[in-house]
Design a protein around this ligand. Structure first.
Ligand code: S3P
Length: 425
């Protein structure tokens, strides 16, 4: 795809529904009793994988323009799937559904694309096995394909070495099927959408610092959910408005859950101009409209407990850092290596292509900002949606025409990305 410089950005954009929340609404709806109506559902390929997995387990799910209806069948109402559950590119589907599959009275197996088959699953296999689950990595390499056999689950108190909402959610979902209370303690608080939404469905969840506990066997009841806009998708427009020389845009309906809002903190710390308008609560999640306008940025340090709140935005932040004055240091983010691509490598490579002096490290990168010395580049998405979108935004602020190889992977989380961007340019 050819990507051109933009001298001006104006207008209003509404980002699509939050990916994490869309996945959870389908899953929790499927194991609840009654109907769950979901509006502003994200129609990205990842969330469609979640729908198809639950349809394969006998859950009727209607998906019509803008509205998804899940006809839940209760905690024990899933049916044995006739074949392998295909999670596609979606780590969230793979890890969360595993917590549910571990508690079923039927065998099942799941697999996904080449990227999924390289992503670490021991982080869920270890706690699930400690709960008594019979689950294996079929190739013995700690990755998908995974196979499940029925087994009774016991509640555990688990200390997870990684701050990961996927791991936490997997264990909490398995905990619904356990014999006693299950709790998970993380090294830092990861996104808490599971806690918020499972409680709304009727589960007994308690949070205390970085520990979350769930009681077994609740009666979950279907409900109506309006999915807030995805702050991870909004991040591309926030960055675009900060980087394009003459920009003033309004991004409507942005989820600003404090476990996800690291991009806002960093944008401000770098000197960005952001205004929060119309703050409100949507389906238990804080939401606002964001007004952003251009300005000059300076480097910053991003580390420790802030990392989980912006982990998916680091490629975009790295691009912002390239256009900022001074140095930006990103550390404590080794998790980047096990995302849809190795994002320390894929981000650094693309930064280099546009002339950035970047040092990839074991747990992040050091970026020397060079606002006036960058040039056009042929970027590569490496099949990673967030890399494709981050460097498409970089291209807007570069003075020469750029290209993006593999731009179609934006379909994973934001099918209308290029259309919405064109609406502002
Ligand atoms: C997600 C959690 C994060 C994030 C992913 C979505 C979720 O992954 O990177 O895009 O919906 O729970 P980890 O749990 O692996 O950090």
């Amino acid at each position: 795809m050819e990507l051109k410089h933009a001298s001006q950005l104006r207008g209003t954009v509404s980002v699509p529904g939050d990916k994490s929340i869309s996945h959870r609404a389908i899953m929790f709806g499927a194991i609840s009793e009654g109907t769950t109506e979901i509006t502003n559902f994200l129609q990205g390929a990842d969330c469609r994988s979640t729908i198809s997995c639950f349809r394969k387990m006998g859950i009727p799910i209607e998906n019509e323009a803008g509205r998804v209806t899940v006809h839940g069948n209760g905690l024990h109402g899933l049916l044995e799937p006739s074949g392998i559950l295909d999670v596609g590119n979606s780590g969230t589907t793979a890890r969360l559904i595993s917590g549910i599959l571990a508690g079923q009275s039927f065998p099942s197996s799941l697999n996904g694309d080449a990227s999924i088959q390289k992503r670490p699953m021991n982080r869920i296999l270890t706690p699930l096995s400690a709960m008594g689950a019979k689950v294996i990595s079929q190739n013995g390499n700690g990755c998908a394909p995974l196979a499940f056999e029925p087994a009774p689950l016991c509640g555990i108190a688990y200390q997870t070495p990684v701050a990961s909402a996927q791991v936490k959610s997997c264990i909490l979902l398995a905990g619904l099927y356990a014999d006693k209370i299950t709790s998970v303690t993380e090294p830092a608080l990861s996104r808490n959408h599971t806690e918020l939404m499972l409680s709304a469905f009727g589960a007994e969840i308690t949070s205390n610092g970085t520990t979350v506990s769930v009681l077994p066997q609740p009666k979950l009841s279907g409900l109506s959910i309006e999915v807030p806009g995805d702050i991870s998708s909004a991040a591309y427009f926030i960055a675009a408005a900060l980087l394009v020389k003459d920009a003033e845009i309004l991004i409507k309906n942005v989820g600003i859950n404090p476990t996800r809002d690291g991009i806002l903190k960093v944008a401000k710390a770098m000197g960005g101009h952001l205004e929060f308008q119309n703050k409100r609560t949507v389906s238990g999640e804080p939401v606002c409209d964001l007004f952003v306008k251009s300005g000059s940025l300076h480097g910053t340090v991003i580390n420790e407990s802030l990392i989980p709140a912006l982990i998916d935005e680091i490629p975009m932040i790295a691009v912002m850092a390239a256009f900022a004055e001074g140095q930006t240091v990103i550390k404590d983010a080794a998790e980047l290596k096990v995302k849809e691509s190795d994002r320390i490598f894929t981000t650094s490579e693309n930064l280099r292509r546009m002339g950035v002096n970047v040092l990839p490290t074991d747990d992040g990168m050091v970026i020397e900002g060079n606002p006036d010395g960058l040039h056009g580049a042929d970027f590569e998405s490496y099949g990673d949606h967030r890399i494709a979108m981050s460097f498409s935004i970089a291209a807007l602020a570069l003075n020469e025409v750029c290209t993006m190889r593999g731009a179609e992977c934006v379909e994973i989380s934001y099918p209308g990305f290029y259309r919405d961007l064109a609406g502002l340019t």
